[in-house]
Structure formats: C-alpha cells, structure tokens
Design a protein around this ligand. Sequence first.
Ligand code: AMP
Ligand code: ZN
Length: 485
Amino acid sequence: MTDPRPLVLFNSLTRQPEPFRPVHPGEARVYSCGPTVYNYPHIGNMRAYVFADVLGRTLSYKGYALTHVINITDVGHLTDDADDGEDKMEAAAAARAQSIWDIARHYTEAYWADIAALNIRTPAHWSIATQYVPQMIAFAETIADRHCYELPSGLYFDVGSVADYGRLARAQTEEGSGRIDEVEGKRHPADFAIWRKTPPGESRQMEWDSPWGQGAPGWHLECSVMSGALLGFPFDIHTGGIDHREIHHPNEIAQNQAFCCAGSLTDPGNSGARVWMHNNFLVERSGKMSKSSGEFLRLQLLIDRGYHPLAYRLMCLQAHYRSELEFSWDGLAAALTRLKRLVMAVAQARERAGDAAAQPGSKFADVLDRFDAAISEDLNTPVALTVLDEIVALKKVDPAEKLAAIGVVDSVLGLGLLTLERADLRIRPKAAVIDETAIDAILQERRAARAEKDFARSDALRDNLSVAGVEAMDGDPLGWDWRPQ
Ligand code: AMP
Ligand code: ZN
C-alpha cells in the first residue's frame, strides 16, 4: 500500500507550502481569530470562517482528531488595529445606549446563526474573551518584567525584547507591517498595550482590577492567552484573514515568544503555532462590505434577496482561499445555479438508489484520488469542485456508490449535498409580497394565456410578478418556473 498523500498547507510564517506534521501525533489543534461582536459580521468576515471550516474538515478527512477553537472578542478590540481609538464594544454600547453585555449577546447569536446557515461545523470551543481575564492577567504578569513597561495609559509590550519582531508581516512585504500609533513614552512605535488602564475620572462598562490598575486587556493578549490555554503551546495551526498578518498576529507571536521563555524564533514552536494561515479578502467595489455603510453585505441580506446561504459558501469555494474574491450578485446567482444542479443530480441518484447503501467502488478510485490530490494541495477547493462535477456526471455507475463518493467529497466541502432538497434552495425573497400559492396561481394563468397566444396578458402577468419581487422563467433547464429577483 502506498503512503497516504500528505496534506500540504501554505505557512505565512515561512512563506512556503509545507507538509502538515502535527505536534501531537494523530491530532490537529487549530485556533481561528473570531469576530468582534459589536455588529453583525459581513459576508467577508464569514469567508474567513468558511476557510477555517474547510481546513478543519480537511484535517478530519485526513484522519486527524481535530480540536478547533474560535474566539469571541467581546472586549479590547479598538476601532483601529494599531492600538488606537476606542474599544469597539464600548463605542457601540454608547452609540446605542445599550449595555455591552446585551450587545455582545445579540451579535454573538447573530454570528452563530450565520455559522449554522453556512454549514460551518461548531468548533470544540467558542472561547469568550471576557471569561479569560484572570488568565490574561496571569499571562501578562509572567512576561511583564522582561518584556513590558508601564505608561500612564497601560502596560506596553516592548517589541525590541523579542527576536525578529514582525517576521510574519515582513515575510509578506520587504518593508513589513502596517500603521502604528504614537503614544507618548513608547520605546518603539510598534510597542502595543497589553493592558489598557481606564483613564482617571472615567469608567468603563467592562473593567477589571489588575496589578496595573483598573482596566481591560488588549486584543492581542486575548488571542495569545485563549489559544495557549485551550490548545497548549505550541499548537498546530493559527488562522485569520490577511489583515491580521500585519499587526494582530505579529503581536500575538511576540507575546507567545516572550511567554515561551526563549524569546527566539529559531524554534517554530515559540511562535505559539507552527503554521499561520491567512485567507484573502472578499472585496466589493462599491463599498457595501463596510459596516459603516447603511445596508452592508450581511448573510441575511443575501437570504432576504432569495439566495440560499450555501450558494454563498459555494461561491467562496470556487476561489482558492489565498486569492482575492470579488463579490457580485451575478456571481452569487451563478453559484446558486451550480448548487441547484448538484442538488438535482443527488436527487436523481437517490431516486435510482432507493434504500441501497454502498461504498464508492473501483470506478470512483481515480476521481476520489484526484479529489484527494486537489484538497491536499493547500486546500484547492476550485479544483475539488470540478472533480465533484465529474463524479456527478459519471454515467453507468451504481447510484448508491455515486452517493457515497459525493458524501466523501462533501464531508470536506460542506455543501450539505446529501441533505439539501431542491425545494430548500428556493427561498422567498423578503421583498416578495405574495406567497408561493399565489405565485403558482399566476404562473398557471400565464401558461393558459400563452397557450391561447395572448401574449399581452402573459406579459402583464409576468410584470405583476416582477413587481412582487419574482421573476418568471421560461424553459429553465432545471425545471424551475420562477426565481427570486
Ligand atoms: P473582525 O470581526 O473584524 O475581527 O474580523 C473577523 C475575521 O474576518 C478576521 O479573521 C478578519 O481577518 C476577517 N476579515 C475581515 N474582512 C474580511 C474580508 N473582506 N474578507 C475576508 N475576511 C475578512
Ligand atoms: Zn486573534
């Protein structure tokens, strides 16, 4: 028997693809930077979790026992990553005259709803930052003497105290990292607050006692502490969006180096994680992704317009995670059509297979091997999807075996192909002012008008539907007679 193909992942830290070698044999421990719950996530944020989910599913498919942690940042993330501005949570609470705790609960639940809608597997732990403050203080105390200094505004990390600070950011650009904030007294412009003191005379909704006075932890400290506490240093893989390569992750790495004592980077374990992976951005040219623009691109907006959320997941998978992906409604519509075709093909195979169950036999060996090659090559989901198309198109094969092969591929892609029904994919757009029975009645009338060659009437009925947010479709190859506009 030949050795199983290794899983190769691109490590941002070394800027190279590397075969995955777990720290603990047979296990994979993964930490993903989670959302700051001061607002709804936009669909770009959700791309980061679709990517982390595909990574986790791939590790499971490759036989590793996965422990995945995603954190919830409910304190400490400032309006600017570079240590500047207000706490996002405090600012949202002040703007809406609500308690921070209510805001955190509401947006955490909204985020979890998006996670479920996108078929993202629940991680082993959702680590909530405010529940780890004692550990954060203990971590900061451990590194304070050798690596930190106190200023009136907080406890600052001295980036000159660790070897090769900013290596992760420099691995991407010669110049290295992004903007930094000027605070009077900082030894180096890139030094950052790991504990932020509440300014005298002010009070915050969230503050804790610490050796450095009342205050709140820094966002970078939170991720170092929660990842180390739940996964143990060094763990295998740390993920986030590419924006985190510039400031957040270099700062986490610096803290981890300090905590792991050696301060050096010669042992990759001293970075906290051996592999750092970053998804590229979802972009939208007109700026609708920005949460500060009124109607921003939330998953619910896509659903309100009649798109199944898994069409968005498929759209993400059509691009490699390290490539930029441009969002467009046309692109989303095309992804929905592709998803429909897959679901229809599964329905046909299921009809033919009846109750029979099977394992994919020799006729599927080649395609499943090519699927394995694609996903093992730094999670090449676009190629994996074309292999899935091939499996679906295979003729003269046992339908139960075909379903089993689709099941193997979908255990990684997570499109829910074995459970989605054709009817699930047709979501009534929020703007539609009529229900399905009324739509069917109007379509029936329109068919009668066309049979009588009364095209004026047929067009008028189509226009009525259009006003109601529904597009009538003639001769759709998939057998759909309407779709949301
Ligand atoms: P935040 O809630 O701002 O901390 O972001 C949550 C996650 O989404 C982080 O991993 C970010 O790097 C990532 N992210 C932010 N914007 C985008 C985007 N437009 N496309 C993909 N990922 C993003
Ligand atoms: Zn983080």
